[in-house]
Design a binder for this molecule. Structure first.
Ligand code: AMP
Length: 112
């Protein structure tokens, strides 16, 4: 099982914000912004580079979950950033697809 599968199964503690049938949202353990949470599919896809057409509905659900959890966290008015790191150069460290949602401060562009 991946780290995030263990969090979804409640085998590892996390600050869970919201959950759906095929996704879970919890706070990042090392936040990079005042609000920083992850939206993770319960079924492990290692990274966005490995998604296929059969994942379309799940991926849509992840985006809807990111937006609804961002609203719940009070980010809707000022905005926020959604990031997906893909592979080594993308900065991915946990090989289980996840959306970072960061808010509560202005974001820089381009990212470093
Ligand atoms: P990435 O570098 O894109 O793969 O992001 C992985 C993220 O998972 C990092 O931001 C970590 O801080 C976060 N992370 C690692 N372990 C945990 C954990 N046990 N609970 C919550 N977030 C975690």
């Amino acid at each position: 099982m991946t780290l995030f599968e263990k969090i979804a199964a409640r085998e590892i503690p996390a600050d869970i914000l919201a959950e759906g049938t095929d996704w879970i949202a919890f706070r990042d353990i090392a936040p990079q912004a005042p609000v920083h949470f992850l939206v993770v599919p319960k079924r492990c896809i290692p990274r966005v580079g490995e998604i296929g057409a059969h994942d379309t509905q799940l991926l849509g659900n992840l985006l809807v979950a990111a937006a609804s959890t961002a609203r719940q966290e009070g980010l809707a008015v000022d905005g926020y950033r959604i990031v997906i790191n893909n592979g080594p150069n993308g900065g991915e460290t946990v090989p289980h697809l996840h959306l970072h949602v960061l808010g509560g401060r202005p974001m820089n562009w381009p990212p470093g």
